[in-house]
Design a protein around this ligand. Sequence first.
Ligand code: DGJ
Length: 740
Amino acid sequence: MQISYHASSRTFHLQNDSISYIIKILPNDQLGQLYFGKAIRDRENFDHLIEMHYRPMTAYVFEGNKEFSLDHIKQEYPSYGTTDFKHPALEIVQPNGSRITNFTYVSHSISAGKPALKDLPATYTEEEHEAQTLTFHLRDELIGTELDLHYTLFAAAPVIARSACFTNKGNLDLHLTTAMSLSLDLPDSNYEFVHFSGAWSRERHQKVRRLEAGIQSVESTRGTSSHNHNPFVILKRPETTEFSGEAIGFSLVYSGNFLAQAEVDTWGTTRLTMGINPFQFDWKLEPGESFQTPEAVMVYSTDGLNAMSQTFHKLYQKRLARGYWRDRPRPILINNWEATYFDFTEDKLVSIAQAAKNDGVELFVLDDGWFGARCGECAGLGDWFANKDRLPNGIAGLAERIDALGMKFGLWFEPEMVNKDSDLFRAHPDWRICTPSRRASHGRNQFVLDYSRQEVVDAIYDRMATLLREAKISYIKWDMNRCITEAFSASLPADRQGELFHRYILGVYQLYDRLTTDFPHVLFESCASGGGRFDPGLLYYAPQGWASDDSDAIERLKIQYGTSMCYPISSIGAHVSVSPNHQVYRTTPIETRANVAHFGTFGYELDLNKLTEEEREKVRQQIQFMKDYREVIQFGTFYRLISPFENTNFAAWMVVSEDKKTALVGYYKILNEVNGPYHRVKLCGLDPDAAYCVDGTSSHYGDELMNLGLITTDGAAGEQSPNYRKSIDFDSRIFVLHAE
Ligand code: DGJ
C-alpha cells in the first residue's frame, strides 16, 4: 500500500494490491479526479487521462482556453456555478447572499493510520500499518475558509474512506447548506444503481435500475436513516452478478437524514454524491468554528457483489464495530415482546426465562412495558423507573431472579422518546421537538426528545447509567419508534434551526458513546421499529441491530439477503417467533424459522412454555446447533447463492469458516413443487481439493461442490421413494459440510 505524490505533475496515486485512486491538482488549483478502479501501475504523470474537449455552450474557466471547463473535468469535491452545473459537494451561503466558492489546493499531508472523526462514528485502524491517510488542505481565500478532505486507503482491502472538514478562519458568519462526505465523478454511465428500500417490516429490499441521463437518488428526510431507504448504494455494471463483474459500494457511516445520488450528465459521465441530506440542512459556521462531515466508505470489486459484501463485512465487523462484543459470538437470547406484549408480571417473565434456560438460551431480554405508567402505547416513555405493579422488586430484583436461573439479563429502552402522559413530559414539556404555535404531530402516541440539547442527553444518561449500576444488566435493546416532525428546537436561534437534524444525531451518538464507554461489557442492540435505523453509524456503538419487526421466516429471506449486501451476519438480529406469525399470519415450520434466524445473531421471540414437547425438543436442538456453529456463522465468510429477489421460489446462502474446513449452506424453498425439476446449488469458497462430508453422510470434493453443485432436489420433486425426505411448503434445510 502506498500513497504517492508526483510533484512534477501534481498527481496523487492511492494504490494497494487491488485498487488505484488517482487525483490531480488542476490548472485552476482545484482537485481533479482521474481514476478509481482496479489497481494500475504507477507513473509520474497521468495527464493523458484527463479529457478536455471544447463543446458549444459550455462556460470555461480561463479566458481564451475554451477546453478548460469544469462541465467536463472530473473533480473531487465540486462546487456549483463556476462552469460546473451539476449538483455540488458543497455550498456555502455568504453574508452578501453569494453561494460561489473556490477552494484551491494549499498543501497536503500523508500520515500512517487513520485519525478519528470528532464526535462521529467512523472506521478505524488498530495498527498504523493498516492504512494511510491523505489530507488535502484547501482554502477559499475570499471567505477565509479552510476545507480539509480526508482519504484513508486501507492496506489490505479495496476500501477508501472519505470525509471533509470545513473551518471558518475568516471573520464572516457563513452558512453551510451542502457538505457531502464524498463526490465521485466516473467517466461513463454504463451502470445499474442498486439500492435497498422498503418500509416498516419490509426493510432493505434490493432494487435495481439502470442509470439514465438525469438524477436518481435515495434519501431520508425523517430524522433517521429510515426503513424506507438505507444509506448504502451500489453502482454495478449491467453484467455484474453475485460472483463476477465490477461493482462499487458506497456506504455512509451515519444514522440521520442522508442523500445518495447519481447524476448522469449530457456526456454520459456519472457523479455519485453521498452525505448528509442537503434538504433543509443549514449549518451556521461562525468565525473559528468547524464542521466535520460523516464518513463515507467506498468498496471496489471486480469479482461481483459477494466479494464487495465480504469486504464490507470484514471492515465493519473488525474496524467499525468496537469493544468487548466485537469479536465474540453473540448470546442466544429470548425476548418477551411477541410473547407478552404489554401483558406481563414478574412471575410470567421468570417462567418464560426459566423455560428458555431449560432449553439452553443464555440471555433473557425484557422488552417494552417495564417502566412508569406504561400499560400500552400511550404512557410512560421517559419515566425510566420500574413499574412496581408489574415488577414489585424493581429491575434489580427481576435481574437477580434471572441471574439466579443462570441467565444474563437484558433490558429495552427507547431513550429518545417521551409520552405526553409521563412525569418527564410534565416536568419538561419544552424538551420535545415541536414548532411553536403549530400542532405537534403524533407517531405511535409519542414525541421525540430534543437530543440537540445537552441537558436532555445528560438527564437520560443519568437514568440509564443509574439503572445499569443498580441492576445486573448485560444487554440493552435501544429502540426508536417514530420519525421527527415539526423539526424545531426551543434551544436553537432562528438561524441555527437548520442544524437540528444533525445535532439530534450527534446527541444520540454522544449518549451511545458515554454508555458504551462507561459500561464496556454491556452488549447494545440497536432497533428502530425493527430496521428503521440499521446503518453503519449505529454499528460503531451497537455491534448488532434488530433487522426488522417482521419475524416471518419467508419475509426475512429478502430482508436478511438485502441487509447482507453491506452488513455482517454478526450484526443482523434474527429470532424465531410464534406461528402463525404475528405480522403476516403465515404458518411456517419451526425448522424453517430457525434455519433463517440461524444466519444472524439468533434468539427466540415467543413463550417456549406454549410449545409442544416435540417442538421443545427441536428448539433444544436448534440452540445446540447455534452454539456449535455460531462462530462460523457470525464470523465466517458469507456468500449469497440464490437471490429471493430474482428467484420467486428459492433462496440460498452459505458461510465458510476461515480455514475452509466447515461450511453451512442455508437452502430455502417457498412453495412446494410436484414432480418438479432437479435442483443443484453451486457452492463457493471451499477448498477445491478437500473432501467434504455433507450432513455426516456422502463425501464430495470441494471442486465438485463448486462446479457441479450440491444436490438439493427433495422428495416431493419427482421422487416418491420412502428413502427420500418429503418436503412441504416453506421448507428449508441447512447442509453442514465438514472437510474430512
Ligand atoms: C419496536 C421494536 O422493533 C419491537 O421489537 C419492540 O421492541 C417494540 N418496538 C416495543 O414497543
